[in-house]
Design a protein around this ligand. Structure first.
Ligand SMILES: CCCCCCCCCCC/C=C/C(=O)SCCNC(=O)CCNC(=O)[C@H](O)C(C)(C)COP(=O)(O)OP(=O)(O)OC[C@H]1O[C@@H](n2cnc3c(N)ncnc32)[C@H](O)[C@@H]1OP(=O)(O)O
Length: 391
């Protein structure tokens, strides 16, 4: 990215004030802090002007984005052209905050400013030393090191099944990773599974009735999948073991998929009385051809890692014994590549598909909302919960 000029306190360039007024704090997942008042916000703006060191482009972009979000709300201006690099980066940083409420943006701004003390400035400028923990909730752990933000499914006792809270945590983790200092973002799992898909007990607690739960589920799913469609940096899956359901279908939206030879890929939607999601009704036929996609998405055929590689869903398969070492060595090298080249190349690949992907996602969610209320689906969930059936 073109360097954003930094002017220390004594020589502010008025035209750059917009950029530097708003240090962005990390997104605090599951840890609400006290609301910042307008006065706290103004104090923080003044504090920013007193910073003596340039906090780095990424922080400046975050500052800008939070400022705009806190004052104007969600991004509402057209995206600058591809060659208007600085304004485009600013627009992307603001747009990445999505529908983050103004009050939260204001709080994040205040938190970030207070974190920009001399001792914390080093990390915000991207000097990755020891593993820098950027965000942690119980079941989704996010760390950043060596230019790589790692988002880990961390619920091994339940084979990393994804709860409602985890969907929300992942949305926030991706938002944060899209503007952090890392070059690439990686998903992986703790334990023997990569992920067993949607937590089927998400269906069993519906205090306001199933229709309301299905409606909320569809809204959440749509936002969740959109956050993968929109993710601007290279997104890599390190598939350490079996993957089921939505953790498989999402792979069609990743940029690279590395799998251990212990991994399997299974989308048992018909068995569950459900239908495909995460744009797989579009991406899978495109990746592997309609005949193979049908075997997976309609008939629930489970693929080995090598079969998934042969069908183009997986980039490369590694023996379990050397998987971690080989994959992370490679990813660390990739993370040293010029990040903006990677982002722009990804944008070139993705941009012609985006509108189609949004539309497919919306339609899949509408169909699923109805399927979740069907007898076929309710029976399948009840059979699982009452331990009558497993995959
Ligand atoms: C009303 C509408 C609300 C909608 C909310 C929607 C939100 C978006 C939804 C997006 C659509 C996504 C679809 C999918 O992902 S479909 C795929 C769903 N996954 C499955 O069907 C897998 C079910 N699990 C199994 O079949 C087996 O557990 C598995 C083969 C994965 C492993 O078998 P194994 O014998 O090795 O291990 P256990 O069965 O003993 O598992 C250990 C414990 O983990 C629990 N577990 C595993 N997977 C899940 C899961 N998906 N959901 C909930 N719990 C899971 C399992 O029950 C065991 O728990 P206990 O030790 O407590 O018994």
């Amino acid at each position: 990215m073109t360097a954003l000029t930094w002017r220390p306190a004594r020589c502010w360039c008025p035209s750059l004030l917009q950029i530097f007024r708003f240090p962005v704090a990390q997104v605090h997942v599951g840890r609400p802090t006290m609301r910042a008042s307008q006065q706290d916000f103004e104090n923080a703006m003044n504090q920013v002007k007193l910073l003596k060191e340039d906090p780095g482009n990424q922080v400046k972009l975050k500052l800008y984005a939070l400022y705009k979000q806190a004052t104007d709300g969600p991004c509402n201006v057209p995206k600058p052209g591809v060659f208007d690099l600085v304004n485009k980066a600013k627009w992307e940083a603001w747009n990445a905050l999505g529908s983050l409420p103004k009050e939260t943006a204001r709080q994040n701004y205040v938190d970030l400013v207070s974190s920009l003390s001399p001792s914390s400035q080093a990390s915000s400028q991207g000097k990755h030393g020891a593993d820098e923990k950027t965000q942690e909730s119980k079941n989704i752990v996010v760390t950043s090191e060596d230019g790589i933000t790692k988002i880990v499914f961390n619920r091994p006792a339940k084979k990393n099944a994804i709860t409602f809270q985890m969907y929300q945590d992942i949305i926030l983790a991706l938002k944060s990773a899209s503007t952090d200092n890392s070059a690439i973002t990686v998903f992986t799992g703790t334990g023997d599974y990569y992920c067993s898909g949607n937590d089927l007990t998400n269906f069993t607690s519906a205090p306001n009735g199933m229709e309301e739960a299905a409606r909320k589920g569809a809204v959440l799913l749509r936002e969740f999948v959109n956050s993968f469609i929109d993710f601007p940096k290279p997104l890599v899956a390190v598939v350490n073991g079996p993957a089921v359901g939505i953790s498989v279908t999402l792979l069609g939206l990743f940029d690279a998929v590395y799998a251990s030879d212990t991994a399997t890929f299974h989308t048992p939607f018909s068995q569950l009385g459900q239908t495909s999601e995460a744009c797989s009704s579009y991406t899978f036929p495109k990746i592997m051809g309609p005949a193979k996609a049908t075997e997976m998405l309609l008939f629930g055929k489970k693929l080995t890692a090598r079969e998934a590689w042969a069908q183009g869903l997986v980039s490369e398969v590694f023996p379990e014994s050397t998987f971690e070492k080989e994959v992370w060595t490679r990813l660390k090298a990739y993370a040293k590549l010029p990040p903006n080249s990677m982002r722009i190349s990804k944008e070139l690949i993705r941009k012609n598909e985006k509108e189609k992907l949004y539309a497919v996602n919306a339609e899949e969610c509408t169909i699923l909302q109805a399927k979740w209320l069907s007898e076929e689906c309710v029976n399948a969930i009840m059979n699982f919960v009452s331990r009558k059936s497993k995959l």
